[in-house]
Design a protein around this ligand. Structure first.
Ligand code: ADP
Ligand code: MG
Length: 347
């Protein structure tokens, strides 16, 4: 019986799945969220509802837990840093600061010798003109993007609207003709041991992940390169916990890092059913200072995200022994919102 209590900031499905993994390890959970209806409260031992900058609520969290982690990266960095002064926050706030900012993230990745798409930092329409070699490209808000929010495709300079007011910082990335997208989930422990899951192949629709599968249909070389690069990134960041590296494979079979998620990741949901130890359990183990144990893959698998009103149909279906339906129990159905997922195991 463990006597560790884990604090989790954020109360979406990733939080729910972290709570379920913690329960398996007899680790208690306290979820802190600014969403009154956050579904993770259905799975946590305690729930604190409040604004992320509410000092009293933060104090309450700190008093209740031994270590704090987070299920999304867009948390104001000062808040994580303040909590970290009193109690350990893992992954370290410094890592989150890099990864939640596309400019810092890409600079870090390029500086350790890893390729990304060609990109430039953009503060004005003038900056776009100066970087027109990156067109057709994608303009992305420098911070706070997720599921394709804050992204604009620019085919040519004509698409730069004259009245566009640059209130935020952006980056402009060259648009890649994608052969494939893959991701690597990796867990690094406090003793610095690492477990790297095999690459997962991902299909996005409208910039939102729709399907993930293992094995990814890639060459042995790309398989190894993707795992090696993820390891290098985890080591250079001195990362503790589970993280994900999203990659593009272009038409020349060049592997490019798209982005890093300093947390458990949607593409890794299939690890719950296909492996003895999921990405969630490995994250909880790592941030709570438990050792890694041998990870075994039992099945190949395919995962489908259930978006918006699709959930209604999935709720009324019946499922076979190799099919695992997860309903995130979100209060409101919204268009394109991730409402659940289905994992199908394959021999
Ligand atoms: P988010 O932070 O919303 O996940 P991403 O930068 O990962 O944003 O973009 C979401 C998806 O949009 C990617 O997985 C990919 O399918 C597509 N995309 C993003 N950037 C590019 C690019 N430079 N070239 C081609 N496709 C892209
Ligand atoms: Mg992404």
């Amino acid at each position: 019986m463990s006597d560790i209590t884990l604090g989790i900031i954020g109360s979406g499905q990733l939080g729910s799945l972290l709570c379920q993994a913690a329960k398996k390890l007899n680790i208690k959970t306290v979820v802190f969220s600014d969403d009154e209806h956050g579904p993770a409260q259905n799975y946590s031992d305690q729930f604190i509802f409040g604004k992320y900058d509410d000092k009293d609520k933060i104090k309450e969290l700190i008093n209740k837990v031994d270590v704090v982690t987070y299920e999304f990266e867009n948390i104001p960095i000062e808040i994580l840093k303040n909590i970290d002064k009193e109690i350990k926050v893992l992954p370290k706030p410094k890592i989150n600061q890099i990864v939640q900012n596309r400019k810092l993230e890409k600079t870090f990745v390029n500086d350790i010798g890893i390729k990304t798409t060609d990109w430039a930092f953009i503060k004005s329409a003038e900056d776009i003109k100066k970087n027109k070699k990156l067109l057709p490209g994608i303009l992305k808000t420098n911070t706070l993007g997720y599921d394709g929010h804050g992204q604009f495709v620019l085919d040519s300079l004509d698409d730069v609207k004259k009245d566009w007011c640059f209130t935020a910082d952006y980056i402009l990335e060259k648009k890649i003709k994608l052969r494939k997208e893959i991701s690597v989930i990796i867990s690094r422990f406090s003793n610095h041991e690492i477990y790297t899951y095999e690459p997962i192949e991902n299909i996005h629709k409208d910039q939102i992940l729709k399907h993930s599968k293992i094995p990814a249909e890639i060459t042995d070389e790309i398989f190894k390169e993707a795992q090696d690069k993820a390891k290098l990134i985890a080591e250079k960041l001195d990362y503790i916990g589970t993280m994900c590296v999203e990659y593009f494979i272009d038409q020349n079979n060049t592997l490019l890092v798209n982005e890093i998620a300093p947390r458990v990741h949607n593409s890794g949901h299939l690890t719950i059913n296909a492996f003895n130890i999921s990405q969630f359990e490995n994250h909880v183990r790592a941030v709570c200072g438990l050792n890694n144990i041998i990870v075994q893959k039992f099945f190949n698998a395919e995962m489908t995200n259930i978006l918006g009103k699709e959930i209604v149909e999935y709720r009324s279906k019946s499922y076979g022994d190799f099919e695992f339906f997860f309903d995130y129990k979100k209060k409101k159905i919204k268009d394109k919102r991730k409402m659940g997922h289905l994992t199908i195991l394959k021999k």
